[in-house]
Design a protein around this ligand. Sequence first.
Ligand code: AKG
Length: 294
Amino acid sequence: MDFMTDRDVQKYMQDGYVVLDGLLSAQECDELRQRMTDIVDQMDVPQHCRTTFSTYHDEQLKTQLQGNADYFITSGDKIRFFFEKGVFDDKGEFIVPRQRSLNKVGHALHAYEPLYKKVTHSPRIQGIAKKLGLVSPVILQSMFIFKQPGIGGEVTPHQDATFLYTEPLGRVMGVWIALEDATVNNGCLWFIPGTQNSGISRRMVRTPPGTFPLTDFIGREQTYDDEKFIPVPVKKGGVVLIHGEVVHRSAENTSEESRHVYTFHIMESQDTRWSPDNWLQPTEELPFPPLYTK
Ligand SMILES: O=C(O)CCC(=O)C(=O)O
């Protein structure tokens, strides 16, 4: 039997998301987490990440902001580090353990880290894409999201297509793999089911070359009725498939448990136009790799 059933497909089409238990074994989850621990142990913290805005004069502040923005916008074909707020002191030293300091690592683990690459292209993931009828899916980006205890921040309500825009819409899907139990206490995802069918409220676009900031938004951030969100806890090893237009969010982690996740986005590339205005662009170094590999 397929790992993803017809019923799962129906639920995904109807609600804009579906949970599939048991994509990975506990051991596979632990191996991915251990590899990330090693990466973080060895990371070189970029200087602009270490400095605190408040210690800067205007010109320095501008350079600092540009450094941060550039670090983000050129991260599509690299493995880079994005920190939680307030993890460095005025001298740029960690005030929390470095393993607890990160919000996420992105955006090309799927290309450069063999364990992550293997999971991304695994037969089960390829089977899910086939079950959903994807003909030429490619991998857009990948992230390890930490949501560390006590410090892991909230992710405000959004639609992924705001950041990963295609024409037509409906071509992008997030694959969100829980490497630990994700619960209401440690910051699981929440969804408004069915919102994938109403288009998107805003887009993040690149600004013209040579201008700052490097990205801007078109359209307004929408507010949503809190009561409409449904929590979606997931067991370690389970996966959530996220339609590119469904509204979702996650709360801050006020618990004592981390909520580590490996996530990546797939796009059906057949008859799809990837917007040149998106922050993320394929590069010579890393064109979007096809999902279907042997
Ligand atoms: O992992 C999270 O808390 C949020 C992830 C998310 O919203 C996304 O990847 O689109």
